[in-house]
Design a protein around this ligand. Structure first.
Ligand SMILES: NC(=O)c1ccc[n+]([C@@H]2O[C@H](COP(=O)([O-])OP(=O)(O)OC[C@H]3O[C@@H](n4cnc5c(N)ncnc54)[C@H](O)[C@@H]3O)[C@@H](O)[C@H]2O)c1
Length: 318
């Protein structure tokens, strides 16, 4: 059986390949050819961590995957990554296990990848500036993905811990050859941005409607539980909101659940799921003035698609 390490994934898989595979995966989902149960979350109250089990079968890829992923926010204080993950891949034709993949980096790639797909369909084609709020591990692959689909000339970076934004800026300049300015508030970044990424662990909004220009696109990827939140209610009300999957957003995304609980938003106002847009059932952006929000909590489908791209490339080498 195959074992692919974090390093193998980094060496083999590109962001472009992941974006393409995720788009294909969402087309399959729209055709009803994906089995995607809601993930199971087990919480360690003693250690303030979540461990999730994320199964998915994509018929078009002949691939079953199950990812075990842990999210331990306090790891930051220990100098460890917040997220660790491993994927088991099974050939869905014969049910034979293919391999095990260390998947921390793959998770970041696929989280960036879905933002890449959403940005391609929802942001203005002339978008040039990007605000990154929360400069942790995921933020890096968000920039990689958005740069893949739009000509970004400048990134404005903000983190509640200033040093993290500085480190992020240095890394992005040297790895992606992109200009990054560290700013002192989320507002400064948001006001100058055509595209915004929120990738924090915040429980209160980090982006406010009054700061956002018309025509901006937002990828909100940080909040994945009902009590987490990055986007304020006013933005959700004013924007064209697209989610990865309605069922998942309504059970996990505080950014959507809180405005509904406040009685100021309702499920039927969510414009679309990403699958409806990539398969052409609904249009993406339709004017240069609209504010669009893509809310993703992270689906096992993204892991499956990225694993498919990885295995296809790796196995074809031999
Ligand atoms: N949607 C998805 O598919 C998906 C996938 C992976 C991770 N996530 C989530 O994304 C979030 C970020 O993950 P990560 O691995 O990058 O974590 P991380 O801990 O490496 O980075 C989070 C960063 O946000 C900063 N931050 C926290 N609160 C902030 C605030 N109020 N304003 C500005 N910055 C703030 C922290 O200082 C840190 O630098 C987590 O909540 C994680 O669970 C979502």
């Amino acid at each position: 059986m195959l074992f692919l390490s974090e390093r193998d994934v980094e060496r083999i898989l590109t962001m472009k390949e992941v974006i393409e595979a995720i788009e294909e995966g969402f087309k399959s989902l729209a055709k009803g050819k994906v089995a995607l149960p809601l993930r199971t979350r087990i919480r360690s109250l003693e250690h303030d961590g979540d461990i999730l089990s994320m199964p998915c079968l994509v018929e078009d890829f002949n691939l079953y995957t199950n990812k075990i992923v842990s999210v331990y926010p306090k790891n930051v204080d220990l100098g460890l990554q917040t997220i660790h993950a491993v994927i088991v891949a099974v050939d869905a034709v014969k049910g034979v296990p293919i391999g095990v993949i260390e998947a921390g980096y793959l998770t970041a790639l696929r989280t960036g990848g879905i933002s890449g797909v959403a940005t391609k369909y929802l942001s203005r084609e002339d978008s040039k500036t990007l605000a990154v709020i929360g400069c942790g591990y995921q933020a890096r692959t968000q920039v990689m993905a958005i740069k893949e689909v739009r000509k970004i000339g400048k990134v404005y970076a903000y983190d509640i811990i200033f040093e993290k934004a500085v480190k992020f800026a240095e890394e992005m300049k040297s790895r992606l050859n992109i200009e990054v300015e560290v700013v002192n508030s989320a507002r400064e970044a948001v006001e100058r941005a055509d595209i915004i990424v929120t990738a924090t662990t915040s429980k209160t909004p980090v982006v406010k409607r009054e700061w956002i220009k018309l025509g901006t696109h937002i990828n909100a990827i940080g909040a994945y539980t009902p009590d987490m939140r990055e986007i304020d209610t006013e933005t959700i009300i004013d924007a064209k909101v697209v989610v990865d999957l309605k069922e998942a957003a309504l059970s996990e995304a505080g950014d959507i659940i809180t405005p509904i609980k406040e009685g100021r938003y309702s499920e039927d106002r969510i414009y679309a799921e990403l699958g409806e847009i990539v398969s052409g059932v609904k249009l993406g952006r339709t004017s240069s003035e609209e504010i669009t929000v893509f809310k993703s909590v992270g689906l096992a489908l993204q892991d499956n698609a990225a694993t498919h791209a990885l295995l296809k490339k790796y196995l074809n080498q031999f």
